[in-house]
Design a protein around this ligand. Structure first.
Ligand code: NAD
Length: 445
């Protein structure tokens, strides 16, 4: 008997719908079909694959409003952000494909040609915080490189994944793009199946499990993992700008963003002013359900996540931190804007990724020590410094894949989206990023 995966509106737990979970046998059959489909898909030229992607994504355009509403209801982000994500997925898909087309052209070096050939079947495993955009970053380059794709979306957002899948998949040859619903159990089955590359975006812990299971057959991996991004505020920083950034970055997507600012180290002589500015901006944020306008903070996407954020706040307070805004106990589904001062290295909120609308600050007197604390983490996704004199040198010393100086992280154009240390390896976007989805084959004549 088929098992169902149910999905609920995080703001009031209304049942939104359900999808069917596949059995082990069904997954094996799907992988076999993906291999069969790949033998034809790989024969299409890059231009033909681009054309198929353009057609599939154009077919989804009339449904954007409906998709945005479903995304918003299922994940909890407000309708404006959900619309932005749907637009960037549907309009951005063909753009990523075009970039991949350039990146995957053969390169001639003397009598040798480097060709970018497909691996075979790619498992794309994606998270719930940007349920379409994160998957898109992996599905498109995988398809462009001539692989077929089995997409396992998060168990927290199956309905939006299914809806999007149904809009685009029929426009590809049969079984070129398939979906497998489920949680870690189905994820593990997929990782251990006959796939050649696993393209994963999600938590560090899951990344380690996938890597261990993939080791048996030395399956290729692309991993974008979690972060615990630090921010350093120097004494000559524009404090208004820094405080606005801190609030925006910590609360974006209800704090459920891999590059959220999670830890702030502020120089002690400007700390009073900075903390006050942060509290003022944070207190102005509006909390509410998906369909209200002007909402900065929505419901936390699921109960497990809510409990984790609350546990981090309580641990910090128990160990001596001060709550400048917010409270220790908050009823689901919301975590109201929370500002904490006096963060210390032994607190969960400093050591681990919190992933909620919480701003945590700590004062420093010695810049070297602040940098040391910022770097004292297994994570290394993003880092930010606000300041003038010496800010470039601080940026140089921060151990992260992406560093922002007086601005957010993330490069322009086709710069890669990249993490350092245990925030992953492999990256999204850029020429090198797209080439990760292909096996390089050097042919000399
Ligand atoms: P998660 O690791 O719990 O789940 C991600 C996906 O992996 C889901 O589809 C899940 O079902 C699947 N999964 C779980 N266990 C598995 C296993 N053992 N084998 C195979 N698949 C398994 O992550 P999440 O809670 O969905 O997402 C939040 C995390 O993602 C945060 O850590 C966030 O920082 C990170 N993230 C990183 C980036 C980035 O670009 N670096 C972007 C978005 C999110």
């Amino acid at each position: 008997m088929a098992t169902q995966l149910q999905s609920y509106d995080p703001s009031d737990q209304t049942l939104l719908g359900s999808v069917t979970l596949p059995s082990q046998e069904q997954i094996t059959t799907q992988v076999a079909s993906a291999h069969k489909a790949q033998s034809l898909w790989k024969q299409l030229s890059l231009e033909k694959r681009l054309e198929a992607i353009q057609k599939a994504y154009a077919a989804a355009e009339p449904e954007m409003e409906r998709l945005a509403e479903l995304l918003s209801r299922e994940m909890g982000k407000d309708i404006r952000r959900a619309t932005g994500e749907v637009h960037s997925t549907i309009y951005g898909g063909p753009y990523i494909a075009q970039e991949a087309l350039q990146a995957l052209q053969p390169v001639q070096r003397g009598r040798s040609t480097s060709q970018y050939t497909p691996f075979g079947v790619v498992a794309v495993i994606s998270p719930w915080n940007y349920p379409l955009a994160m998957a898109n970053n992996l599905i498109i380059p995988a398809l462009m490189a001539g692989n077929t794709v089995l997409w396992k979306p998060s168990e927290e957002t199956p309905l939006i994944a299914q809806e999007f899948f149904e809009r685009i998949a029929p426009h590809f040859p049969m079984d070129v793009l398939q979906i497998i619903h489920g949680n870690g159990e189905q994820g593990r089955m997929l990782v251990e199946s006959a796939v050649q590359l696993i393209a994963f975006t999600g938590s560090q812990q899951t990344g380690k499990d996938i890597m261990q299971r993939a080791a048996k057959d030395l399956k290729r991996l692309v991993m974008e993992l979690g972060g615990n991004d630090p921010m350093i505020v120097m004494p000559d920083a524009d404090l208004q700008a820094a405080a606005r950034f801190a609030v925006g970055s910590s609360f974006e997507n209800t704090g459920q963003m891999c590059i959220s600012t999670e830890r702030i180290y502020v120089e002690e002589t400007v700390a009073d002013t900075f903390e006050q500015l942060v509290v003022t901006h944070a207190a102005n944020c509006r909390v509410g359900a998906w369909n209200l306008t002007g909402v900065n903070i929505g419901p936390v996407a699921n109960r497990k996540q809510h409990a984790k954020v609350q546990a981090h706040i309580q641990d910090a307070v128990m160990k001596g931190a001060t709550l400048l805004l917010g409270s220790e106990v908050q009823e689901p589904p919301f975590i109201h804007p929370t500002v904490i001062a006096g963060m210390q290295p032994d607190m969960l909120i400093e050591k681990e990724e919190t992933f909620g609308p919480v701003i945590c600050m700590s004062r420093y007197s010695d810049l070297d020590q602040a940098i040391e604390r910022a770097n004292d983490s297994s994570y290394g996704l993003g880092a930010v410094v606000f300041g003038n004199q010496g800010a470039d040198q601080v940026a140089e010393r921060l151990e992260a894949g992406m560093v922002g100086i007086n601005q957010s992280v993330g490069g322009e154009g086709d710069s890669p989206w990249v993490g350092a240390k245990q925030s992953g390896f492999g990256f999204h976007g850029s020429v090198d990023g797209h080439r990760q989805f292909a096996q390089v084959k050097v042919v000399s004549r």
